[in-house]
Design a protein around this ligand. Structure first.
Ligand code: RAM
Length: 342
């Protein structure tokens, strides 16, 4: 009898010690790891996205690994992804610096059973299981050109200040901006897109590109910056040079960074979505892909907690995506509500 009791106790103790390891969940250091790779460091938008991702991953008892290279290049992201593969992460979500260049490393990751997605800036369909799409790119592109038309009074020169020339999100939005212009050429006959400049999502480069635009095109009426780094840099240049009222800035901006320029009129209005929610949705998707609840195929449904229920749908590039929502307009009337949120 004594022997039986001792054996049962031993088995019980062993189970208590080993169960977290077998569950792959709770033991410190052996938690399932979910990674997010942003374009580059020093971008508050990227930090907000990663903050949302981390919150959801940790809320579910897993470990979040947040990485970004110093420079927004595909090569630097490839190095990080190689390291994550070696770390045996469960999933990788990337905000890509290039649509095609990450394909070999992401395919390598998927072949090893790692669940791969892109959020915010996409990779090609072969390189991902699905895409977390912040808002409809067509709507973003067309809305930004309509804003340029409105802010320049329907005529004159306007320029685009983008991120890097390889960024798939900005490039897609710019494609739609150009389509809006050509498809409605009668409406836009007096509005001229004079240049697409690239500030590489680096503050200093965005400032010098803005200054170059102002020098090269002295009649410039509007700069559209579909990047939070670019729009903040451009608005600062316009404010500092006393050009408010002569050159209007619009595009996609973080309310926390842009409130002062919306207040002083340099940027009469701009758009964005909630980057924290993009990160949260990416977190939920990494989890449901890893648990096998979804595989990234059209028609699959899942719950993303307080964000609601979502479906995987067909993306315009032939892959799949999950759409978060619509872009939101910020102006003098609502900026104070939002500047403390993100
Ligand atoms: C910058 C980045 C990001 C983009 C936003 C709007 O922060 O380029 O990828 O989604 O702007």
């Amino acid at each position: 009898m004594k022997k039986i009791v001792v054996s049962v106790l031993c088995v019980l103790m062993l189970t208590v010690v080993l169960s977290p390891i077998f569950a792959g969940g709770t033991k410190e250091g052996s938690k399932e790891k979910h990674a997010f790779v942003f374009k580059n460091t020093g971008n508050p938008y990227g930090e907000k996205q990663m903050e949302g991702f981390k919150e959801i991953i940790e809320e579910h008892g897993f470990e979040a690994i947040l990485r970004a290279p110093e420079q927004p290049t595909a090569e630097a992201q490839i190095q990080i992804i190689e390291q994550l593969i070696a770390q045996k992460v469960k999933s990788i979500c990337v905000t890509a610096n290039d649509y095609d260049a990450l394909q070999p490393v992401l395919i390598k990751a998927m072949n090893m059973g790692i669940k791969v997605t892109a959020a915010d800036s996409n990779v090609n369909p072969a390189s991902r299981m699905t895409f977390i799409n912040q808002a409809d790119p067509e709507l973003i592109g067309r809305t930004l050109v309509r804003a340029a038309y409105d802010l320049s009074g329907g005529s004159g020169d306007f320029a685009i200040l983008s991120a890097t020339s390889q960024a798939s999100n900005q490039n897609l939005w710019i494609e739609w901006m150009k389509k809006e212009l050509t498809e409605n050429s009668a409406k836009y006959r007096n509005l001229k897109l004079v240049k697409v400049a690239y500030g590489d999502d680096l503050r200093d480069k965005s400032v010098s590109e803005t200054e170059a635009l102002l020098r090269t095109f002295p009649q410039l009426k509007c700069i559209v910056a579909p990047t939070t780094v670019g729009i903040a840099a451009a608005a600062k240049v316009i404010s500092d040079k006393g050009l408010t009222g002569r050159v209007a800035i619009t595009g996609l901006g973080l309310p926390s960074e842009m409130a002062e320029y919306i207040d002083n009129g340099s940027c009469p209005y701009m758009y964005l979505w909630n980057p924290i929610d993009v990160g949260k949705l990416a977190g939920y998707i990494s989890i449901v892909l890893s648990s096998g609840k979804i595989t990234g195929k059209v028609g699959e449904n899942f719950s993303a907690g307080k964000l609601g229920n979502f479906s995987v749908t067909k993306a315009s590039d032939g892959g799949t995506e999950v759409l978060l929502g619509s872009p939101f307009k910020f102006d003098k009337a609502n900026i104070n509500e939002w500047k403390t949120v993100y």
